[in-house]
Design a protein around this ligand. Sequence first.
Ligand code: 5GP
Ligand code: ZN
Length: 113
Amino acid sequence: MECLFCKIAAGEIPAQRLYEDDLAIAFQDVNPQAPVHFLVIPRKHIATLHDLDEQADKSLAGHLLLVAQRLARQLGCDKGFRVVINSDALAGQTVFHLHLHVLGQRPLYWPPG
Ligand code: 5GP
Ligand code: ZN
């Protein structure tokens, strides 16, 4: 298994896990860009947002967003938070296993640069 986040999902590489279920795992980003910065990933390997299957992954896509919402709420991001998916190298994706970044507990600006 080559993929870093597949290894985290399998427990082969440690991470500070916040949540997990049959479909998804959430863990702290190792290099946080805000007081709250965690990642939500599918257990199954999907490289980028392009690779989500319109039929097979429909409920998974919604589930990832709802996990992000629930954890953001639990971590006190009631005044606002940001969900980001960097999809492909031009957008800054460095780990090619789909992940939602959730950032909060500091002011965030737009455009992101
Ligand atoms: P990307 O640039 O692909 O959107 O984001 C990858 C994220 O994964 C980065 O924010 C980076 O800090 C995080 N990351 C990279 N390697 C690891 C790791 O081994 N453990 C954890 N918890 N996060 C990682
Ligand atoms: Zn993977």
